[in-house]
Write a protein that binds this ligand. Structure first.
Ligand code: FEO
Length: 394
């Protein structure tokens, strides 16, 4: 990847991972990702902000060579996760005078994860500044974005906020800046849903914290740099707000058609009541799409057949994920079918322990749904409509 100048003496030197399709062996990356690293060349000192995933080490090193970087004074580590910190040991090997500049918590994690020796660190406090000569760095602690040690760096003279994972997107693009806002919005929302959503309360605080800064550029650790900071900051404000939309997310599985018939009838009933439906067939769906739908929806209705005595394992997985992501859902219910019994509802409810939802009476059917079962689904749609209206979600 090429070196890209963002402002005089500020360069993007990271790597684009066009082919990566899975992160943490869990999160789908339909559009690849990037590991952003930045060089700031001050009149007296040079700083490198974060590094890259170790699989892309050669790209970072080649970019530093292209910039003719002969020495690095500070390697600023915002976050100990290896996609950003994994190449720090190599940088320290090649630039033995460089010091890792980070907060005490991140220092300890880097020692644990990468076995970097203690004498390589300089620790900073929240709001502390460090001068590179004609450029000044201010550090802003931002714990729980999504690890406890995260921090941002504000480059005062250039008004650039380096935000680590915060405000980022898993998007491989050769544009250093976010030019295709529709595409970037989708990728950033997916990223928020998969990584940030469980930390909504912390994210709100960080948004408040950066409110007073004059920001001309937001430079995250994944995806393109924002020249219009309001674009991404306003998107985040909407996602973290307590407002929900008139939408029902329906993760479902059907083995022999009974649950599918229920889902189809139920969806039609919701659509007739002008409620937006977002169904996800769990044997086919990308779980990132499901996570994105959970960012705004008011209600989740989980639909499953009975396998042995409980819900289908794919439904358990999706329910577990929805619970872990802590979306701002207000209502939940369950629909599904069984042949000879089981405890599907108890099992699903037992997984949803993190969600502060009101559970609406489930509809569980023995065998293939009959007329009275379909009526019960229409009553469930009526109840959801009523709840949405009562809560001004319509
Ligand atoms: Fe991109 Fe949390 O690492």
């Amino acid at each position: 990847m090429a070196v890209r100048e963002m402002k005089p003496d500020v360069y993007s030197v990271g790597a684009i991972d066009w082919d990566r399709r899975l992160f943490d062996e869990l999160i789908p990356l339909p559009d690849g990702t990037s590991y952003n690293s930045y060089v700031i060349r001050g009149s007296e000192k040079i700083a490198l902000i974060d590094t890259v995933d170790p699989t892309k080490e050669y790209e970072l090193l080649s970019n530093l060579e292209k910039l003719d970087i002969k020495s690095i004074d500070y390697v600023i580590s915002h976050h100990a996760e290896q996609d950003h910190s994994g190449t720090i040991p190599k940088i320290l090997e090649l630039f033995p005078d460089a010091k890792v500049l980070t907060n005490p918590k991140c220092k300890n994690m880097l020692i644990d994860l990468l076995l970097i020796s203690e004498d390589k660190f300089i620790t900073v406090n929240d709001t502390e500044t460090v001068s590179l000569g004609n450029k000044t760095l201010e550090f802003i602690f931002a714990p729980w974005v999504h690890w406890p040690e995260t921090m941002f760096t504000y480059l005062k003279e250039d008004k650039i906020l380096f935000t680590c994972d915060f405000l980022g997107s898993h998007l491989a693009t050769s544009n250093v800046f976010a030019t295709d806002e529709t595409k970037v919005y989708e990728s950033a929302k997916r990223y928020y849903a998969e990584i940030m959503m469980p930390f909504r309360t912390s994210i709100k605080k960080h948004l408040e914290r950066i409110k007073g800064l004059q920001i001309e550029m937001v430079a995250p650790s994944h995806g393109p740099v924002y020249l219009k900071p309001d674009f991404i900051i306003n998107a985040y404000k909407e996602w973290v707000s307590d407002d929900v939309k008139n939408e029902v997310v329906i993760p479902f599985i059907s083995m022999h058609g009974s649950t599918r018939k229920m889902v189809e009838h139920f969806m039609n009933a919701l659509i007739e009541r002008q409620i937006i439906v977002k169904p996800f067939n769990l044997s086919k769906t990308d779980i990132g799409e499901l996570a994105m739908a959970l960012v705004d929806a008011a209600t989740i209705v989980i639909a499953s057949p009975t396998v042995l005595v409980g819900p289908h394992p794919n439904v358990v997985y999706a329910t577990f994920l929805a619970n872990a992501l802590r979306p701002k859902l207000k209502f939940a219910s369950v629909i599904g079918s069984y042949g000879w019994g089981g405890k599907m509802i108890e099992d699903i409810k037992g997984v949803l322990t993190n969600l502060k939802v009101e559970v609406i009476e489930p509809v569980i059917v023995k065998g293939f749904p009959q007329e009275h079962d379909l009526k019960a689904l229409e009553r469930l749609a009526d109840e959801i409509l009523k709840k949405h209206k009562e809560n001004k979600i319509f």
